[in-house]
Design a binder for this molecule. Sequence first.
Ligand code: DPP
Ligand code: ZN
Length: 879
Amino acid sequence: PKEIFLKDYTKPDYYFETVDLSFSLGEDKTIVSSKIKVSPRVKGSSAALVLDGHDLKLLSVKIEGKLLKEGDFQLDSRHLTLPSLPAEEFFVLEIDTEIYPHKNTSLEGLYKSSGNFCTQCEAEGFRKITFYQDRPDIMAKYTCRVEADKTLYPVLLSNGNLISQGEIEGGRHYALWEDPFKKPCYLFALVAGQLVSRDDTFITRSGRQVSLKIWTPAEDVPKTAHAMYSLKAAMKWDEDVFGLEYDLDLFNIVAVPDFNMGAMENKSLNIFNSKLVLASPETATDADYAAILGVIGHEYFHNWTGNRVTCRDWFQLSLKEGLTVFRDQEFSSDMGSRTVKRIADVSKLRIYQFPQDGGPMAHPVRPHSYIKMDNFYTVTVYEKGAEVVRMYKTLLGSQGFRKGIDLYFKRHDEQAVTCEDFFAAMRDANNADFANFLQWYSQAGTPVVKVVSSYDAEARTFSLKFSQEIPPTPGQPTKEPTFIPVVVGLLDSSGKDITLSSVHHDGTVQTISSSSTILRVTKKEEEFVFSDISEKPVPSLFRGFSAPVRVDTDLSNDDLFFLLAHDSDEFNRWEAGQVLARKLMLNLVSDFQQNKPLVLNPKFVQGLGSVLSDSSLDKEFIAKAITLPGEGEIMDMMAVADPDAVHAVRKFVRKQLASELKAELLKIVENNRSTEAYVFDHTNMARRALKNTALAYLASLEDPAYVELALNEYKMATNLTDQFAALAALAQIPGKTRDDILADFYNKWQHDYLVVNKWFLLQSTSDIPGNVENVKKLLDHPAFDLRNPNKVYSLIGGFCGSPVNFHAKDGSGYKFLGDIVVQLDKLNPQVASRMVSAFSRWKRYDETRQGLAKAQLEMIMSANGLSENVFEIASKSLA
Ligand code: DPP
Ligand code: ZN
């Protein structure tokens, strides 16, 4: 396998102006004809034109209408090379290929899902459709003619506007589509099948009437109401917040059951994993509703950030993804609770991205190299990338950020650009000084920021000393300091924000007059001194999580309890609780390892107890505040991760809290039941979240009274959110009740594959001892299918996410995963590669576990015909 480097980027020798595609779809084969108007970058160029192609049967190549003979071109398993080309300003290249979508289990290129044809071309799937320069800086205008059997495939869709359609002999029909915007081939899409649409319209602010269609099998149409609501909300929001209007008369979304990723932003024809479209109160949870809102928004927002302005090369992926994740986060915040959304996003970063940054796959937001681009659709490129975009906004404010975005579009509409171009637009629009901010794009690893504070009563000054350290990562042994914006407030002894007057730094004085300010930390070590501080304050640091770093402060437990109770920054109230919980759990882990009795600090119970009964707080905030950091987060902080100890301690703390706060928790369950029909809004979701969090605490006591309570909640539930939460609480308690209720749930929902996936997930993630055996049995369940990514993510991905069972000391979890990866890789390398990533941090465990995991990685590496996808992850993990 070949590694590709950012530093080797060169401009293409040939551009494509227009591309006319024609598909004749069939059951055994599909014929793809392409007609491309090619123009050399430099007139008279003698360079060869190298086209990518994979798993294609070449039928013919013509240049300017003249058929090429063997010897006029070179063909290998990945390329078609045309060595001698006309020395004209333009020439026409025509290529016919034959492909076999029904045999395509990789789900990239053109494939079949539930009998329908669909495509997935990002990142490099277009080369499985026809020979092409499969790179995003080739932007062309497309037409696409689709022809198929009329009965089997009544609906024929592609990008842009429908130009004509009609019948052809032999029971076939066709549709001709034209996309007026230039696009890279990764945004090409085609769908053909038996689909029915939910229709609506959106009038843009300039009065354009846009027809909206969400396509699914007929029986699913009732489940697309929420997706349509989300789409219209997203279209409105992008106009209101960014002044961005939709640019065509038609917007299509198609839901398919077999999809590697969440969704895809193809120009005017978004294709979605059906789990991110279909929802009804009975079959989807609040979390699903929220995910649909966010992802429908995300893909829609790509129309500007990704499609109108795209990436020069795949190393720039975060240019569109970091920015679009940031936009969808903001959209969801505005539609619900800003604090709760921020907490959820930061948790995601800590649980998934920090570990990636500390492991063998650590890479910068803009990677320097890859073997398989598919492996870089990561939490680093997406979520850390979104944090980088958020820092611009923190530094510039909403208006300054908007100015930067406006300039970005003014400069780069219909271009393929780089992360520097985005940076330059933000800088130039604001005359901003971004110091060493660009380091965020090139250095991997999570910075660790130490903060030491001191108060001088006589001088009435309060000082904060910062030092930053970015740990070494593969290929980057030493790091430079980066620009870290630290949003700070100081609390007085009554818990109120002190109005800050001035801060001294590096010999300069900055006057402020507000309750919080941004400190620009840019050096390895530096100090900021606040003046006119009349009493020793408690600092609230990194408000709203103002930078994606790990923070190490000298705050005492008392300070943290104080912040938990009083901070005006709600995010930091939650954060104070989490810091306390992490400290306390780490201490208990060490007690557990030394066989000491476990005792829970009563002040912690008290602190959480007062949050629990504070009726002035948002209910979803309370639910988040009483949720302990996950096992992975705690393991991540240990020199040698000990899954058994961490599991035992988290369970202990939960039970202890439940037992001491029993009365309050019970009151919460009783006072927050649903009495009316399901509504997806913040108030109702918050109420359900709090009730269900309380129920899970109570059930953890395994007391028959609470088992009964959970059973009752399960039976009385009028929506899946409540029903599934009760089921999940019961599923953690081994025994007959558990078995009966799981069987009951399956019987009730076996006709709905999305609900059945949740049923798989519930069992695969279960902590019950020896769960690997149950999971193995479920592989043979009639509802399971290794070819469907969602099922694999639920059953296998879910299992790897349960530390006690995946990391079982006998190696049974590792062996299970090793065997599956080898099987899966033959069907779908992208999905296999995601699964093998569960091994990547094997060096974090004890020697026995290391040996067992390593043996599986070596076994995988020795498998015949290993994909580049799995090779990259497995080999980097072993390195
Ligand atoms: N570009 C896609 C996204 O929206 C990747 N599937 O993230
Ligand atoms: Zn995206």
